[in-house]
Design a protein. Structure first.
Length: 404
């Protein structure tokens, strides 16, 4: 049988064994037809076969990204990247420049703001953003997406409930313009509702192209629910099979009936059991160094136990966001009780797992849990004087992302 493509004269690695290496590979209809070392690939060479000489290069299996917010990362491509910004003044300057490129009234989005890098050690206020953008709504996300900063136009457009948790207020009890927890999630959800399907599609296509260029062929897409917007999950559910990579959709909601209508077999992703270190909402065992709090648990144990038991009983793959050691403990207890009742957890997961003790790691292993971690967090925040050091007691900052 002739192939569509033959690659040869290289090192072709296999997942079956680290010592299994091939020198050529024939492909047809996007699948591997044959591989070899010394035997000839001539039998697979046809009149229309493309032949590629690797000239000693190495071919590896496609990479698998286990935690992606595909729609949201796509939408980021149209916003302002604030990762390297170090002053409030620079943030406002970039916002003002962006207003000159967009029609009045169109949302301006800033993302990846790391407040620990900002000289003023705070987010810009609503009034400051108003001065930079009086005619465009502005929405800024912190780097871990647990804090939102907005101007007055954006705030007025979402009809934020007055008593929702997470509103930072001034001495007159008016919103300063930055929000954490439930308030941030509410704002995020309402503003994302204003984005049309065409924009979502354009952003997703950009990110998929970038993924392919980095060798990523499969992603777990964490979409929808209270974390972002329902339309994100519906969009991926409808369109995922037309893209040139494999997309496994996790629906970020407790609504199992809605998950069935989307045709998914996985629930969760970033269903928040706690928050994040940067916003001081990750649930930890010792108080934050710069605030009188140990963070937030968003569910009590009985609530979490009930949901985990129900999803495991019905055969779903479940994934839960737990960053702090208290949140990890609560999540492990819920999984342990479900395991005792049903004997299997169907490859359930914990996302992030940043502050796990050795005991918690051992228990996760005994349960057969998948632990989806982000080693890059140490690069962003784990250096001496970084965010972990600024927020966490030394006994905690010394064991963040304690993996090999």
């Amino acid at each position: 049988m002739s192939s569509d493509l033959i690659v040869f004269n290289g090192t072709i690695l296999s997942l079956r064994s680290p010592r299994e290496i091939f020198r050529w590979m024939a492909l047809k209809d996007g699948r591997i037809l044959a591989r070899g070392v010394e035997e000839s690939f001539i039998p697979y060479l046809g009149e229309n076969t493309e032949v590629l000489d690797l000239k000693g290069l190495t071919v590896v299996p496609g990479f698998y990204d286990s935690h992606v917010h595909l729609v949201q990362s796509g939408l980021n491509t149209f916003g302002i990247d604030l990762r390297e910004v170090t002053t409030i003044g620079k943030i406002l300057e970039l916002i003002k420049e962006k207003t000159l490129t967009l029609p009045k009234g169109q949302l301006i989005r800033g993302y990846h703001l790391d407040v620990t890098r900002i000289e003023e050690k705070r987010f810009p206020t609503r009034q400051e953003i108003d001065q930079a953008s009086p005619e465009h709504p502005v929405w800024i996300n912190s780097i871990e997406y647990h804090t939102s900063a907005v101007n007055t136009l954006a705030l007025n457009s979402v009809n934020l409930p007055y008593n929702i948790d997470g509103i930072k207020r001034d001495e007159r009890s008016l919103p300063l313009g930055y929000f954490t927890g439930k308030a941030s999630a509410y704002i995020r959800n309402r503003l994302l509702a204003q984005i049309d399907a065409t924009t979502r599609e354009e952003g997703v296509l950009i990110r998929i192209d970038q993924a392919i260029r980095q060798g990523i062929t499969t992603i777990d897409a964490m979409e929808g629910g209270f974390t972002f917007h329902e339309e994100d999950a519906r969009f991926i559910a409808v369109h995922r099979n037309k893209y040139p990579i494999d997309i496994h959709l996790f629906y970020q909601s407790f609504d199992l009936e809605k998950a069935r209508t989307l045709g998914v077999d996985a629930i969760g992703g970033d269903i928040f059991i706690d928050g994040a270190f940067n916003s001081r909402t990750a649930a930890i065992s010792k108080k934050y160094l710069d605030m009188d709090t140990c963070g937030n648990l968003y569910f009590n144990q009985d609530e979490l136990d009930y949901f985990v038991m129900k999803t495991v009983e019905e055969g779903w793959q479940l994934s839960l966001h737990a960053i702090g050691d208290r949140a990890i403990e609560q999540t492990l207890k819920a999984y342990e009780r479900a395991y005792e009742a049903h004997g299997s957890l169907r490859r359930c997961r914990i996302e992030h797992f940043e502050l796990a003790s050795m005991n918690q790691m051992k228990r996760a292993g005994q349960l057969g849990l998948i632990i989806s971690v982000q080693p890059s967090f140490e690069y962003f925040w784990g250096y001496p004087g970084g965010m972990y050091d600024k927020r966490l007691d030394p006994s905690l900052s010394s064991i963040t992302n304690n993996f090999r």
